[in-house]
Structure formats: structure tokens, C-alpha cells
Design a protein around this ligand. Structure first.
Ligand SMILES: *Cc1c(COP(=O)(O)O)cnc(C)c1O
Length: 363
């Protein structure tokens, strides 16, 4: 049987061990006689699942005590509205939000935030992080929003925190597609958010990590169920949380700890990405468009120079069990998403195929 490797950008591959454990526990969680799906979110069984997930995520990312972790619904996109709705209450009319635009996801964030405040695009490029010294930041901006891994275009970065201008800025980061794949200093951020379906678990859970002094600043029109302070004060149970998704996310957090945590994921991500980019760089048959310093280690967009071969490339990949390599419709080409749950063997199989396809095509 062909081994299947799933390169989907999201919903994406999950660790096999996690899926097997969830299957084994599907009908009867830990002798409770219930599936996790059937449990009250306020019962002791689910509360224990929730607390373990929260604790493990806090440990994995070394989240400081003055930060709350919220398990919300609505996906990454809803945060583009919920963050202004939650952070602008203390700002008199005329608040400006600064953005770093590096691709489709930050572009969406800018558009949505424009419904609630003035927006300033402080820097813009879809193939590299614009040099930080050139960012045109607004003095007194409500916050600075960035997407530190652009899932579609493949630009990834961490800001330079030595920049004195970042000292007094509340930084908001969309880490949907690379959270838990590299070590970060949470204390440098005001808010970190991530939809779960890329690197954490099934779609339906959105993680928000927020410094506690930012709570309680919601605009009056902010929906109660999405008011970060209400959600935090109620341990993410102001309304019914996405219980099954939180359970699977919790199993993924346990798996990550067993594998060696975020430092080990970072080491693996670098190794997997190097393998793939080296193969692409060594070939005249393929192209990449992102500046090497900002190449994503999670989402690797690439192009066949001869795009008339795209369909044949995808068909051949599928026949080998290399699935969901088609690039996002807005940019075309190919994209290999190589999240935490993608083993290096999957990337090796892809590299073998890349080389063979190129060799056969030039014959
Ligand atoms: C997938 C993604 C989103 C959107 O997530 P939804 O759950 O579909 O709302 C937002 N930001 C980034 C960086 C993403 O990769």
C-alpha cells in the first residue's frame, strides 16, 4: 500500500498517534461511558481535559502567568474583527492600527480592521519582510498587527525586538500556521492568535493568548460571547466551547511534549524546510518567489517553470500518495505545507518525486 503524505495547508495533517488515541477513546473516554463529544463542558471529565490542554499549551510556549489562554470559536479570520472590537474600547475616536502587510492574510486583516478604526499599512511586500527600519509606524497607534507566517505566499519572520520603537507598542500576531513550530518569547506580544486547523488540531478552535492588562477594553458593541474578558473570566466557558476540538488539541499538546516540545519541533521544521528548499533551489525546473531570509518553514509555495505541466505533476504526486499539493487558487502553482505532524519521510518522498518528475520532463 502506498504511504499517504498529506501536504494540505489546512485543515491539515495530524499526528497518527493522536488520531489513533482519539479513535480508541471515541466511544468511552477513560471509563466514563461517554464520548468526549457527549460530555457536559461543565462536568468534571471535560474540565479535566480542558485544564490539561491549557496547562500543556502554557508549558509548551512558556506562556507567562500574566497571560490568559482562551479557547474560542470563529477561526483566525474572526479575530481580525474581534481584536479591534476588544482592544479599542479605551481609545477615543480616531484610533489608528498599524499593519505589516506581507501577503493575503495580513491583507484580509487590514481590510477587516478598517471597519472599526483607521488603518495604516506601515510596510508592504508579499515576497519578503520589509526592512524594519523602514516601517512607517504611527506614534500612539492602538496596536501593531502582523502575520508572522503567511500561509499562502510563504513569508515567515519574527520581528526584531531590539528595535526601540517596538518597546511601547502592543504587538498583535496572527500565528495560525506556525504556532508551536518555533520558540517565541510570548512576553513580547500583547495578543497572539491562531486558528487550530493548521498546526494544532481540527477546525473550530481558535487559540488566543492575551496579556491580562489588555482585557476589559472592549467596545460596547463587542458581542458578549467574543468579549475576551468575559471569555477569560469564565475559563473559555462563557458559552459552550468547541469541546471535541479542545480535546484533540490537548492530545496534540501531549504528543508535542512527548516529542521534545517546541525546541524539537523547531529543529525538525528547519531540517524539513532545508531539505525541500535545497531541492527546489538545485533544480532549473522549479521556482520559488520568497526571499531566502523569509522563507516559511511551514508552507512552501513553488512553481513549475513550465506551468503547462501542473496537472501532470499533481496527478503523478497523487498516484504516489503525495496529496493536496496544489497551490492556493489566488497564487497558483504548488504548495507543500509541512507542519509539525508531517514526518521528514514525507518531505523526503516529495523531494524524490520532485527530482524524478523534473528528470522525466526534460527527457
Ligand atoms: C488559515 C488562516 C487564517 C484563517 O483561518 P479561519 O479559521 O479560516 O478563519 C488566518 N490567518 C492565517 C495566517 C491562516 O493561515
Amino acid at each position: 500500500m502506498t504511504h499517504i503524505y498529506n501536504f494540505s495547508a489546512g485543515p491539515a495533517v495530524l499526528p497518527k498517534e493522536v488520531l489513533a488515541q482519539a479513535a480508541a477513546e471515541m466511544l468511552d473516554w477513560h471509563g466514563s461511558g461517554m464520548s468526549v463529544m457527549e460530555m457536559s463542558h461543565r462536568g468534571p471529565e471535560f474540565i479535566s481535559i480542558y485544564k490539561a490542554a491549557e496547562r500543556d499549551l502554557r508549558e509548551l510556549l512558556a506562556v507567562p502567568d500574566n497571560y490568559k489562554i482562551l479557547f474560542m470559536q470563529g477561526g483566525g479570520l474572526s479575530q481580525n474583527a474581534l481584536i479591534p472590537l476588544n482592544l479599542l474600547g479605551h481609545k477615543p475616536d480616531g484610533a489608528t492600527i498599524d499593519f505589516i502587510h506581507t501577503g493575503s492574510w495580513s491583507a484580509k486583516s487590514i481590510k477587516e480592521a478598517g471597519k472599526y478604526a483607521k488603518v495604516n499599512t506601515a510596510a508592504s511586500s508579499e515576497t519578503a519582510l520589509p526592512p524594519q527600519a523602514e516601517w512607517r509606524l504611527t506614534p500612539g497607534a492602538a496596536y501593531l498587527h502582523m502575520c508572522t507566517n503567511e500561509t499562502i505566499g510563504g513569508v515567515e519572520y519574527q520581528p526584531d525586538f531590539n528595535d526601540p520603537r517596538l518597546k511601547d507598542v502592543t504587538l498583535v500576531a496572527d500565528m495560525s500556521s506556525h504556532i508551536l513550530s518555533r520558540q517565541i518569547d510570548v512576553s513580547k506580544y500583547g495578543v497572539i492568535f491562531a486558528g487550530a486547523q493548521k498546526n494544532i488540531g481540527p477546525a473550530g478552535v481558535t487559540i488566543v493568548i492575551i496579556r491580562d492588562d489588555l482585557l476589559g477594553k472592549a467596545l460596547p458593541i463587542c458581542p458578549s460571547a467574543f468579549d475576551f474578558k468575559l471569555v477569560a473570566d469564565n475559563d473559555s466557558m462563557y458559552n459552550t466551547p468547541p469541546t471535541y476540538g479542545i480535546y484533540i488539541a490537548g492530545l496534540v499538546f501531549q504528543w508535542l511534549k512527548q516529542q521534545g516540545g517546541v525546541a524539537e519541533m523547531e529543529r525538525r521544521a528547519e531540517a524539513k524546510a532545508k531539505l525541500l528548499y535545497d531541492a527546489l533551489d538545485a533544480s532549473d525546473f522549479y521556482d520559488t518567489r520568497v526571499a531566502p531570509a523569509n522563507r516559511s518553514r511551514m508552507n512552501v509555495p513553488f512553481y513549475l517553470k513550465d506551468e503547462s505541466r501542473n496537472e501532470a505533476f499533481l496527478a503523478g504526486a497523487k498516484a504516489r500518495g503525495l496529496l493536496q499539493l496544489k497551490g492556493h487558487k489566488s497564487v497558483g502553482g504548488m504548495r507543500a505545507s509541512i507542519y509539525n505532524a508531517m514526518p521528514i519521510e514525507g518531505v523526503q518522498a516529495l523531494v524524490t518525486y520532485l527530482n524524478e518528475f523534473a528528470a522525466n520532463a526534460v527527457k
